[in-house]
Structure formats: C-alpha cells, structure tokens
Design a binder for this molecule. Structure first.
Ligand code: FMN
Length: 471
C-alpha cells in the first residue's frame, strides 16, 4: 500500500483513516491495508494476504468518492429554498446534480440553480444532447440518493401512479436509489384525501418523507401543515440517509442525561417539572446510531428506553449526579435533563398530614448539586473533552444561555425557549440555538429527532476536527 495513494485522498478521508487507525492501534498504512483486505473478503474473492500496489489505488479511490445526490425541484413556491438546500448539501461535501421540472423553472431559473450547484441542471426528457445514451437512466442511477424538494402535490400524484411523462418523473421511476421527498403545498392540498392517499402509497413503496411542517403559508392569512422542511433539516436527513452504515462516533463513550428530576417532599409528594425526556432520549438514540457507546441517565419519564443503550433510571438530582459520576469517564457528555435547582431542605419520612387548626406547612428549599458545572469543572484528566449543557429559558434566551456557558464552564450550550406558548416542553418539536465560545448558530424549528441528529452530526464533525488538530 503506497503512502502515495493515501496522500491522494482528500483531507476529510485522510482524517477519518487516521481516526480509525488510532482507534485500532494500527499505523495509517496498516489500517488502509486492513480495509482493503476486508473489502476483498466481502467481495468473496480469495483473501489477499498482502494487497498488491495495483489493488490499492482503486479501493482507496472508491473509499474517497464523495456522496452524490440528484435533486428534483418541483413547481412550488418553496422552490426558492432549494437553492439554499443545494448550498447546505455542498457544504457537507455532497455533490449535487439537479433536475428542474417545467413548472419548477417558473419559480427559479436554471441559471441560478446551475450557478449554485456548479453544474447545469437537467430540464428536458427529449434532449438529444443528453439522450443519445439514454441519459435519464444514467441520471437516475448515477447517484446515491434522489431528493425531491419541493415535492408538489402534482409530482407526488405522478410518482404514486408511476407516471413518466417528463424528465423528473422518468428519473424517479427509473431510479434504484432511495428517494427522499420534502412536500410543500397549501394546507388544504396537503390535507386533501387524494394527496394523503398518494403519500401513504409512496411511503408503502419505501419513499422517505421529511416534513411538511406547520406554519404561515405564502398565501396571505393561510397557516397550517404544508410548509416545506427547512433546508438545514433536509440536509441533516440526507446526511443520515447517505451514511446509514457510517459510524462517525464509533469508539466514543457518551454520557447523556434526560428527563426531569423528582425532588421528594414526603413519601408521596414531590417537586417536578414538565420535561418529557423526548429531546435527551432522541439524542441518546442518535448517538447510538452514530456508533457511540451511550449511557443514558434518565429521570422519571413515561417514554420507553431507547434500544441498544445502557439506561440508568434515577429520581432526584442527587441520584442523577451520583449516576453520572459512576458512568464516567466519557469522551462526550450532554446534560439535557431538566434538573431541579432546588429540593426540599428536609423531606419528611412520613406523609405530611393535614391537621385541623394547624398552620399550613411551609417548605424550605435548599440548592441541588449543579451537575453540569460539577462535570465541566473537573480537572482536565477527568473532564470529558466535550461537555454540552442545555438551557431551557422563558425569556432573554440567548443572553441567559451565554451567561450559563460562562458560569458553568461547559463547551457548548443548546438553548431553547420553553415558554408555554412554544409547546416545546413535552411537545415533539424544538427550536434551539447552539452557543459556543466562537459564536451562535440558530437552528430552524424542527422535530426533536432532527435536532438530535443535527447535534450528533455537529459533534461528530467537531471530534474529527479535534483528531485532525492532534495528528
Ligand atoms: C403561484 C403558484 C404557486 C404554487 N405553489 C404550489 C405549491 O407550493 N405546492 C404545490 O404542490 N403546487 C403548487 N402550485 C401548483 C403547481 O405549480 C402545479 O401543480 C404544477 O403542475 C406542479 O408541477 P410539478 O409536478 O413539476 O411540480 C403552485 C402554482 C402556482 C401558480
């Protein structure tokens, strides 16, 4: 295996190779040889004891091949968002080829699509320049994933019924690759029985959907379900679909807390909060899916434990801290639990009884341990290299979150507005801001699963950067 071949790989691939090599205690070249040997064994060819130099370049080149997607842009108002989607995908190193439907090009021009994608979009099924070698079949196959954004009611109806009367539908019918649809339409079009029938049929056919979400529509005064998922959410979903086998956090130990705490008043009463644990549990599931070894320390919740994860169930803040300390060491710690700041100074061993004529009992509170600050301020040898806290705020979200970042000594804060009007506490969606020493990222409103996926992706990228900086 020539080091020359490794040098030809792009930087991201080299860093991943180094990461794997470091984890497996091998040199980079040995690791590359191992990958080649495994690939050869998988292909059921005779085991290659020592791959010859001629085998190396092709396998290494295949490993370095960037992901490719085909983006079909339908004829809806949300077509303008597909330009941002192209940008988001390219930022992630994904090559984007576009098909613009005739109606799609009424909303955005092939020129702007081509300028952002870096390649002229395809528009015409009967184009002699492309079709001399049946180009639509090539387009359909020469990709890792087909995305339709916006997926209009019309495009979905055609797909559900197997039409192929233009380039987009012909490609969608001919492809053997996974398809991701981002529907976008007026709420009445979305709710229409015909659309719902088509959606069900497409899902049964194995097509994946992202969105649509709820909100204001382009038409004045209209709101409801039908908004296309935000480009960032679609990009995150694409990344997950493209790399189901990829385990960017394999080898990392992650510690995650989730849910509320219950602070006893007496044996039957407690102080609690409205946290459902949905966000923390979603993060734990996404981390495990990314290959991490996860310990989830959960307060009392009614949702099930995620699969494939060690779950430690606790009640109070003090029990949570003890479980966290026991689960250490960890490479990454995420404190998503809504830990009670205070507990009753002296909880009663017996149920407090109501007594006629007696004064109303007063609860005296005392401060609970600060789990995030305790772990963040551990000496470097014991502190997880990446510590992330959550800040649930009801006002001045950014300001309070920045102050919390400085006060607790953690690396990132994921902040959200949990005022009752947002429906975030207990709900299925979340709008978060990621705050670190270098700045703030505002993430779009999205499902808690999508927030989890995005956070895990962000962590994986950061760990890779840290690894690159070390090597
Ligand atoms: C101004 C305008 C906005 C439209 N917006 C949408 C939309 O958001 N979603 C949708 O499904 N159809 C929308 N339509 C209707 C589609 O453009 C129409 O059904 C078209 O045939 C879809 O083409 P396609 O199959 O290439 O996407 C809109 C039409 C107009 C004139």
């Amino acid at each position: 295996m020539g080091s020359l071949t490794i040098r030809k790989l792009d930087e991201a691939m080299k860093a991943r190779l180094r990461l794997r090599a470091a984890r497996n205690g091998r040199s980079v070249e040995e690791e590359a040889r191992t990958i080649l040997r495994d690939a050869a064994a998988d292909a059921e060819s005779p085991p290659a004891a020592d791959p010859t130099p001629t085998e190396a370049p092709s396998a290494a080149a295949a490993a370095a091949k960037p992901a490719r997607v085909l983006l079909v842009i339908g004829g809806g108002i949300a077509a303008y968002k597909s330009l941002d989607l192209i940008r988001r995908l390219r930022e992630r190193g994904i090559a984007v080829r576009c098909v613009l439907t005739r109606a799609g090009s009424e909303f955005i021009t092939p020129l702007s699509v081509g300028a952002i994608a870096g390649e002229r979009p395809y528009t015409d099924l009967f184009n002699p320049d492309h079709e001399f070698d049946v180009g639509h079949i090539r387009l359909a196959r020469d990709t890792d994933l087909v995305i339709v954004a916006p997926a209009t009611a019309d495009l979905m109806a055609k797909m559900a019924n197997g039409h192929a009367d233009d380039l987009a539908t012909a490609v969608l019918l001919a492809t053997d690759k996974p398809i991701l649809l981002a529907p976008a339409m007026n709420p009445r079009m979305w709710a229409n029985k015909a659309t719902q029938r088509n959606v069900t049929r497409l899902q049964n056919d194995g097509v994946t959907l992202v969105g649509p979400g709820e909100g204001e529509m382009a038409e004045r005064g209209e709101r409801g379900r039908g908004r296309m998922a935000e480009p960032l959410e679609i990009a995150v979903r694409v990344t997950a679909l493209l790399a189901p086998q990829d385990k960017p956090l394999a080898g990392y130990r992650m510690l995650i807390t989730s849910g509320p705490t219950h602070e006893p008043i007496d044996p039957v009463r407690y102080i609690a909060n409205r946290s459902s644990g949905k966000q923390g549990h979603a993060i734990a599931a996404a981390a495990a899916a990314a290959g991490a070894e996860v310990t989830l320390v959960s307060g009392p919740v009614t949702i099930p434990d995620p699969n494939g994860i060690t779950v430690v169930h606790v009640e109070s803040a003090r029990e949570m801290l003890a479980a966290v300390e026991k689960a250490m060491p960890a490479d990454i710690a995420i404190f998503a639990a809504a830990v009670a700041d205070w507990r009753v100074a002296r909880d009663s061993e017996q149920k407090i009884k109501k007594q006629t004529g007696a004064a109303t009992p007063e609860l005296s509170l005392t401060e609970n341990p600060d789990i995030l600050a305790t772990i963040s301020k551990l000496p470097p040898a014991r502190r997880p290299p990446l510590v992330i806290g959550f800040a649930a705020e009801t006002e001045h979200v950014e300001r309070h979150a920045r102050e919390k970042l400085a006060r607790k000594g953690c690396d990132w804060i994921v902040a959200n507005d949990v005022s009752p009007a947002t429906g975030i506490m207990g709900g299925d969606s979340n709008t978060v801001h990621l705050i670190s020493a270098t700045g703030i990222e505002h993430w779009p409103p999205q499902s808690k699963d999508a927030v989890a996926q995005m956070l895990i992706e962000h962590i994986a990228r950061t760990m890779l950067e840290k690894m690159k900086a070390k090597s």
